[in-house]
Design a protein around this ligand. Sequence first.
Ligand code: PBG
Length: 348
Amino acid sequence: MSSGTDPFLRATQHAHEASAFGAFPRVRPRRLRRTAAIRQLVRETHLHAGQFILPLFVRNGKGLRSPIGSMPGVSQTSIDEMLRDAEAAAKAGIGGVLLFGIPDEKDATGSSGWHEHGPVQEAVRAIKREYPELLVITDVCMCEYTDHGHCGVLTKHGEVDNDATLELLSREALSHAEAGADIVAPSDMMDGRIAHMRDTLDASGFEQTPIMSYAVKYASAFYGPFREAAESTPTFGDRRSYQMDPANILEGIKEARLDLAEGADILMVKPAGAYLDVIQAVKRDTGVPLCAYQVSGEFAMIRAAAERGWIDGERAMMESLLSITRAGADMVITYFATEAAAVLNRQQ
Ligand code: PBG
């Protein structure tokens, strides 16, 4: 990209030219840092509650709230309890919730994933009944529903079968749309799933339901605590044959472009904090609405250090979200969503 068309490069170019003309003591950057009022005036990045999305883990039952050990403050809940979290989130003005389901039964094909009365489908209906204004996104994947914990069905050799999985993912996404989901978000990393899902949704009258694609999703150690929360740890092997190699960024741009061509409306980079360069690259390359997922391990690290008094938890939370936004994310999925929104609401 030439600096002529890229506003960020043009700005940095100007900055370099300016420094050739001026220097200390006439130039003093500290003048713009002296007071809170001046710092606010020249601030380049602003957070708002409406950009945060809160993940929720739902299961069947009543009055259930099981805390997740490695994610202090986050729980698996039944739908009645989930509605309390949804209400608090809605009151704080956050942008939406992202639902994950923990089914009662798992099998080789993850068939409970598209059950009309599964936990996600029922949770969508409950939120839409109680808080119709609250945006509901559903995570579409097989790993919570398969007994082997992989994100698709297996071949007889134990590999994840890409093409056979597409139909199942589409069925799951359709059942979420039928329940009333505002957006479906596939997180499986199968090739061609966006096109398949788009066609399936369109054929059933859901051509207006957007797809938020986990387009650039890495095989990351930072998902550790989530697998406890979602009970989705693979029983053998790992996810490296479908999730991306953390070493790659050009491949991420390829994934992003492919998903756009297949009809994705919003792209996602995941994890966020250790992949700020990827967020920036995908945003600059595509220019489309971009989401970043501050994953369970990122959350757990900040929480754990704060609990020990090693860092200021609230400041670290806000700084991490600011940095993800500064890198180029328009929205952030974060377990801090309601808390961070409360901080912003207090500051207003
Ligand atoms: C399901 C899925 C995962 C996460 C979101 N969707 C786990 C994984 O891929 O292993 C991780 C979220 C987190 O760590 O907070 N495929």
